[in-house]
Design a protein around this ligand. Sequence first.
Ligand SMILES: Nc1ncnc2c1ncn2[C@@H]1O[C@H](COP(=O)(O)OP(=O)(O)OP(=O)(O)O)[C@@H](O)[C@H]1O
Ligand SMILES: [Mg+2]
Length: 265
Amino acid sequence: MAGSTSPIAEKTFGVTIEKLNKSFDGVPVLKDISLEVKPGEIFVIMGPSGSGKSVLLRHVAGLEVPTSGCVHIGEFDPADPATRQQIHLALVFQAGALFNSLSVYDNLALYPREHRLGNEAQIRDRVMHALQILSLEKAVAQYPAELSGGMKKRVAIARALVMEPQLLLYDEPTSELDPVMSATIIEIIAALREHTAVTTIVVSHDRTLAMSIADRIAIIMDGRIRAIGGVADFEHPANPAIANFLNPTIDLKNPRFKQLENDHE
Ligand SMILES: Nc1ncnc2c1ncn2[C@@H]1O[C@H](COP(=O)(O)OP(=O)(O)OP(=O)(O)O)[C@@H](O)[C@H]1O
Ligand SMILES: [Mg+2]
């Protein structure tokens, strides 16, 4: 976060993925994924539901082990527990992954308390600052069950900020949010990168997010990278599958579900 004096938070790391394959029970989910995220970059991974985006992000976070191929953060293997001593990494989970038995305050204070990142007053400053950034001060004493889906999402982002990450991974940060809160989150993601040069990987369906803040975009379909490029490369994509994904037409005369029914006949 801005103004940090922690030496660890001053380094940024790139991410390298080489020929990554992942199968669950013999069913391939990620197929020969290779890509490089540069230090300090905002890299957005887009793709249809079920295409493997969350599984890919979980590999970068060290929560999945590749079936073959490798993932590196700088020179470190994210699946090696010792890596967490070297790198502050935060993953904002798709569903928030808050602890239901803890208040919003205690959810945010958990990591700095466990890692002894200051006394209780300093931790309180950090927590309240993060809550303020996400307009959540009033929710400080509430429990996750009392929050809306969008508020849970913002609490999850605030919890990641408290960790002063050098690598920040977001899984669908704007889903379930109203358009204004979505725009706010997009601005926050961009501002954090500006202030701290934090390497940022965002998995999202949100075209506005990708087109407004990405340095580069990758499209994943059916477990394979189909395209990687800058924003300009995706303004008028030539590939019909990518064009249809980014700009689907609504055809009430020939709707998709009718086409599916015809395919089954
Ligand atoms: N632990 C697991 N065991 C078995 N299959 C899994 C596991 N995790 C994910 N999968 C499968 O991998 C595929 C990709 O899942 P993933 O969650 O990465 O999709 P996604 O692109 O994030 O989709 P969405 O946009 O809906 O979040 C799906 O078919 C899913 O069922
Ligand atoms: Mg997902």
